[in-house]
Design a protein. Structure first.
Length: 73
């Protein structure tokens, strides 16, 4: 039985959370919140950038540490 690296599961978690944050950011671009409830640096759209970064990092970890991959390096 093959052991699965913990980093594979970390990658899955980062990927899911990143996609959720990224989707929220895209939704806020399409339907902006009222001006009274916006955060101070809303114009930077940090949730789009942060969600994309987390999703990319999660995809890398999930791919690099996937089960069945030969780690004999």
């Amino acid at each position: 039985m093959e052991r699965v690296s913990i980093w594979f599961f970390v990658g899955i978690c980062l990927l899911v959370i990143g996609v959720l944050i990224f989707a929220t950011g895209i939704y806020e671009l399409i339907v902006p919140p009222p001006v009274a409830t916006r955060v101070v640096l809303y114009q930077l759209h940090a949730n789009v950038w942060w969600g994309g970064l987390l999703a990319a990092l999660g995809a890398f970890y999930s791919w690099h540490f996937r089960p069945g991959r030969s780690n004999a390096a």
